[in-house]
Ligand binder design. Structure first.
Ligand SMILES: [Zn+2]
Length: 474
C-alpha cells in the first residue's frame, strides 16, 4: 500500500515537472512585487551603464536588483510584470521647478516681460482666482501632463501647498513641494507670519511621507525681506525642510538688489546666512563667477529653466560653466503660464540647443548632459540623489518605459541623441512611481483624464471673466 502511494506521488511529481518545469528547476526564485523585463535600460548610474535586454526587480517601492533579463528572470518571480522588449527603460524624469496650479493660467498672458507679466496679469489673476479648489484642479491637470510625459518627481512652489501635496500623493506622484511665502497678501495667507504658521503645520503633516517632501518657499530675494528670508532659514534648520526659491532670474533683479543691499543676489544671500545644501534655487540666470563659486562651495541646488527664460527674455544662464564646475544643476519647466507646458523632453532638447547657439560651440552641452540634468543631476539639484535619479539597487522604483519605434526615432543610432533630440512626451508608454504603476500602455491608473479636462475648462471661463479679457480666441 505504502509502496503504491510512493510510486503514485513519484509519478505525479514527474508529470508536474514536465508540465511546470520552473516549479522544480528554479525553487530558489525570490518573490518580489514587480519585474520589468527586456528592453534597453539607461541606468544613469556612476558608470552610465546601458544594459541591452535588461531586467529590473522591484520590491516595497524600491529597486531590489538590476541586471540582464536572463539574470533577473532566473532570480525572481512576481505577480506583476512589465514586458519592455524593444523599448527603452529610463529613470523617471525630474522636473526641478514648477508652479503646478498655473496650468490654469496657460496662455493667459504671453509675449510680455517678467515685471509686466507678473504685476499686470499674474498677481491680479492670482488674487482674484486662486482658491483651494482652483489649486486642486490645476494640480490635477499638471499631474496628468507630467505623468503622460514620464515625469515622476517635480519640485513645486505655490499657495495651498497642503492641497497640492494631497492631490500629488493621491495620484501616486513624487514631489518636493514648497509653500510659497511672499511679502504681500497671498491667496492663502494674508501675512508672512500666517504663512509661516501654515507652513509649520503643513510640513509636520507630510514629513516622512513616501512620496512628498514638504518644503518652505520664500518667493525671491526681491519679494521677501531680509528678516523674512532669515526666518525661512531658521525654519529649515529647525525642521529639516528644504528651501525652494527663485534667485537671479533677471538683470533687473540683480541691479535692484545691488542698489538695495550693495551686493549681488547670491552674495547678499550668502552674507545673511541663507544659502546651504538644503536650498533649491530656480533660474540663476545672472550669477557672477564668484557667485558660482559660492553655490558650489555651499552645495546649493540649481534648476535651469531654458524655455521660461527664453520666453520672458530673462537671459541665458551660464549652465555649461556651472556643469564644468560640477554644480548640482537640474532642469525645470517653470509654471505653465511662462513656458507653456510641463514637458521635460522639450526642455532637454531646448537646453542642449540653446547653449550651442548662444556660445557658438555645438560641443558645449551634449545630449547626454541634457539627459543627466533631467535625471541624476536633477536629483542632486533637489538633494535627493540617494533616493531617485537613476536605476540602481536600493533607490526608489521611479521608472518610465519609452517606445522606440515611432517614425521620428528611426533608425536608432545613438541612445542619448534619440532621447533628447527626437523622443516626444507621447512616446512614454508606462510609468512606475515608488513601485506602483501609474500609467500602463498610456492608460492612466490614478487620474481621471476626462473629469480633469472638464473641470479645467470650467475654471478657465472664470479666470477670463475675472480679468475682463476678450473671450474670443481664449
Ligand atoms: Zn518660477
Amino acid at each position: 500500500m505504502l509502496k503504491n502511494a510512493l510510486t503514485f506521488s513519484f509519478t505525479i511529481a514527474l508529470i508536474l515537472s514536465f508540465s511546470f518545469p520552473e516549479v522544480f528547476t528554479q525553487p530558489q526564485r525570490k518573490k518580489v512585487d514587480m519585474l520589468i523585463l527586456g528592453g534597453t535600460v539607461i541606468t544613469m548610474d556612476e558608470k552610465r551603464r546601458v544594459l541591452t535586454d535588461g531586467g529590473i526587480a522591484i520590491a516595497q517601492g524600491r529597486i531590489l536588483d538590476v541586471g540582464t533579463r536572463a539574470e533577473i528572470q532566473k532570480r525572481y518571480g512576481a505577480p506583476e510584470t512589465i514586458y519592455a522588449t524593444d523599448k527603452i527603460i529610463i529613470p523617471g524624469l525630474i522636473n526641478g521647478h514648477t508652479h503646478i496650479p498655473m496650468t490654469l493660467f496657460r496662455g493667459l498672458a504671453d509675449d510680455l516681460d517678467l515685471q509686466e507679466w507678473l504685476t499686470k496679469y499674474i498677481f491680479p489673476a492670482e488674487a482674484k482666482n486662486v482658491t483651494e479648489e482652483f489649486v486642486r484642479v490645476g494640480t490635477r491637470l499638471g499631474l496628468l501632463e507630467m505623468v503622460r510625459g514620464g515625469t515622476t518627481t517635480y519640485c513645486d512652489m505655490y499657495y495651498f501647498e497642503d492641497a497640492i501635496a494631497e492631490e500629488t500623493a493621491k495620484a501616486g506622484v513624487r514631489g518636493v513641494l514648497g509653500e510659497t511665502l511672499i511679502d504681500f497678501p497671498a491667496p492663502d495667507n494674508k501675512t508672512y507670519q500666517e504663512g509661516l504658521a501654515y507652513t509649520e503645520k503643513y510640513v509636520k503633516n507630510w514629513q516622512g511621507h513616501d512620496l512628498i517632501v514638504p518644503a518652505i518657499a520664500p518667493h525671491a530675494p526681491y519679494t521677501v525681506s531680509e528678516e523674512h528670508l532669515k526666518a525661512a532659514r531658521e525654519f529649515s534648520d529647525r525642521t529639516g525642510a528644504p528651501i525652494v526659491i527663485h534667485i537671479s532670474e533677471t538683470k533687473r533683479e540683480v541691479e535692484d538688489i545691488i542698489k538695495d543691499k550693495g551686493q549681488r543676489p547670491i552674495e547678499y544671500l550668502e552674507r545673511i546666512g541663507f544659502l546651504n545644501n538644503k536650498v533649491i534655487a530656480a533660474h540663476v540666470v545672472w550669477p557672477s563667477d564668484d557667485e558660482i563659486g559660492i553655490l558650489k562651495r555651499l552645495g546649493v541646488g540649481v534648476v535651469h529653466n531654458p524655455q521660461s527664460n527664453m520666453k520672458l527674455a530673462a537671459g541665458v544662464a551660464p549652465v555649461p560653466k556651472m556643469l564644468a564646475e560640477e554644480l548640482r544643476v537640474g532642469l525645470g519647466t517653470d509654471g505653465a503660464a511662462s513656458n507653456n507646458d510641463l514637458n521635460l523632453w522639450e526642455e532637454m532638447d531646448t537646453a542642449a540647443k540653446l547653449h550651442k547657439v548662444f556660445s557658438g560651440d555645438p560641443k558645449i552641452l551634449s545630449a547626454q548632459q541634457a539627459f543627466e540634468m533631467a535625471t541624476i543631476l536633477g536629483a542632486k539639484a533637489l538633494h535627493l540623489e540617494k533616493e531617485i535619479g537613476s536605476i540602481e539597487i536600493g533607490k526608489r522604483a521611479d521608472i518610465a518605459v519609452v517606445h522606440r519605434d515611432p517614425l521620428h526615432q528611426l533608425p536608432l543610432a545613438n541612445i542619448y541623441s534619440d532621447l533628447v533630440y527626437a523622443t516626444k512626451a507621447s512616446d512614454v508608454q508606462t510609468v512606475v512611481i515608488n513601485g506602483r504603476v501609474v500609467m500602463r500602455d498610456r492608460r492612466l491608473l490614478t487620474l481621471n483624464e476626462a473629469e480633469i479636462k472638464k473641470s479645467a475648462l470650467a475654471l478657465r471661463e472664470r479666470v477670463v471673466k475675472s480679468l475682463q479679457l476678450p473671450a474670443s480666441g481664449r
